[in-house]
Design a protein around this ligand. Structure first.
Ligand code: LMR
Length: 398
């Protein structure tokens, strides 16, 4: 039956973790996957999550959630993206369902797009999170790209981005990273977001936001929603994928949300029912435990306050490691400029290293990262930053 099946290529991100785990060197460093580590390199369970678990323990039944997931979790999640006192929420204009984290939210949307806008394409930034390509490919939505990153400045290629927005056919779908762009760590400024929003409005484009890192750009989830709020002020209808993998550290719990802003409540009811119908044959209904933790945290003022503090601690540690990595490279006399390490934000540094240099880091230094040169700053610690800087200096100096 299966003799014609060839092994699939390794995933460019999760394959790095597999290779790291197989390495027996005591010196090995994993700066591949975007998963937060403390300064000892250990995975972190937030205290707000531990406390939510204690409060939930023993009170929970194991019944199915509805197809759209936990209404309480979804309601709290919408407030984070659209604003605590959003009129759009009050007017019930947002169709929203619990999703299997950010990937699941993007995939549900891509399938919805294919079903109800079968002729449409999706414009994806260059570069983007590698899985975006897989998601829209498997949903059979044709992909186009738009300029985003400028390799020479290691910043935003704003002029080309705006040109691409203007040149795309009216009413195109655009995938935007709401904050902490993955993999580049380069976000538009507020002024640039306003211009992007304006130009997209002129063209009647549909912005779809992937917000996987809310809180990791500035340390404040509210501030990190600024891009979305600008688009809302301009009267766009938007889609949004939200995830609690990073900002609550709930990676393996797969808790997220897909929302689609509609013209009115009637439309939102219809859209939600269709999203549920897409979910039903795929996984019926989403898992309950993570959603219950999220809704417990966000609806308990003390736990929400603790969460906000803990997000900031994570974001600040990463910012500290950016400075440390840059300073170490400078101390080693690296002839290259490493300003972008501290200018880029969020979980990643898009280092500018070539695939060959990345391969040398792996083979000679047991340092693991994706071949596009992305460093997950969340894996850098005071213990390994010197070793990492030395290795980067060695492979980039000649
Ligand atoms: C990453 O970009 O490293 C994360 O979003 C993890 C993943 O699933 O790729």
């Amino acid at each position: 039956w299966w003799s014609h099946v060839e092994p699939a290529p390794k995933d460019p991100i999760l394959g790095v973790t597999e290779a790291f785990l197989a390495d027996t060197s005591p010196e090995k460093v994993n700066v591949g996957v975007g998963a937060y580590r403390d300064d000892n390199g250990k995975p972190v369970v937030l205290e707000c999550v531990r406390e939510a678990e204690r409060r939930i323990a023993g009170n929970q039944n194991m019944e199915y959630l509805p197809m759209g997931g936990s209404v309480k979790m979804v309601d709290e999640t919408l407030k984070l993206a659209y604003g605590e006192n959003s009129d759009l929420i009050k007017e019930k204009r947002i169709a929203a369902v619990q999703a299997l984290s950010g990937t699941g939210a993007c995939r549900l949307f891509a399938d919805f797009q294919k079903r109800f806008r079968p002729e449409s394409q999706i414009y994806i930034p260059v570069p983007t999170w590698s899985n975006h390509h897989n998601i829209w490919r498997d949903a059979q939505v044709p992909q186009r790209t738009f300029h985003y990153y400028h390799p020479e400045t290691k910043g935003l290629d704003f002029a080309s981005l705006i040109d691409d927005v203007k040149n795309a056919p009216n009413g195109s779908f655009f995938l935007l990273h709401a904050c902490a762009h993955n993999p580049t760590g380069v976000d538009p400024t507020e002024e640039q977001w306003k211009e992007i929003s304006y130009q997209m409005k002129v063209k009647g484009h549909f912005p779809f936001f992937d917000m996987a890192y809310q809180g990791f750009a500035s340390g404040d989830p509210e501030r990190d929603a600024k891009s979305i709020r600008i688009f809302l002020e301009d009267g766009h209808l938007i889609g949004c994928a939200q995830s609690y993998a990073k900002n609550m550290g709930l990676y393996g719990q797969r808790v997220g949300c897909l929302s689609v802003l509609c013209d009115d409540e009637k439309q939102a009811v219809a859209v939600k029912s269709q999203l549920q119908q897409i979910a039903r044959p795929m996984y019926s209904n989403p898992p309950v435990h993570g959603a219950l933790m999220v809704s417990t945290i966000l609806s308990s003022p003390d736990l929400k306050e603790l969460w906000l503090k803990e997000v900031k601690v994570m974001a600040d540690r990463i910012i500290g490691m950016r400075t440390a990595l840059k300073e170490n490279l400078e101390k080693l006399g690296s002839p290259l400029s490493w300003e972008h390490i501290t200018e880029q934000i969020g979980m990643f540094c898009y280092s500018g290293m070539t695939p060959e240099q990345v391969d040398r880091l792996r083979s000679e230094y047991h340092i693991y990262m994706t071949r596009n040169g992305r460093i997950s700053m969340a894996g850098v610690t005071t213990g390994n930053v010197g070793y990492l800087a030395n290795a980067i200096n060695e492979v980039t100096k000649s």
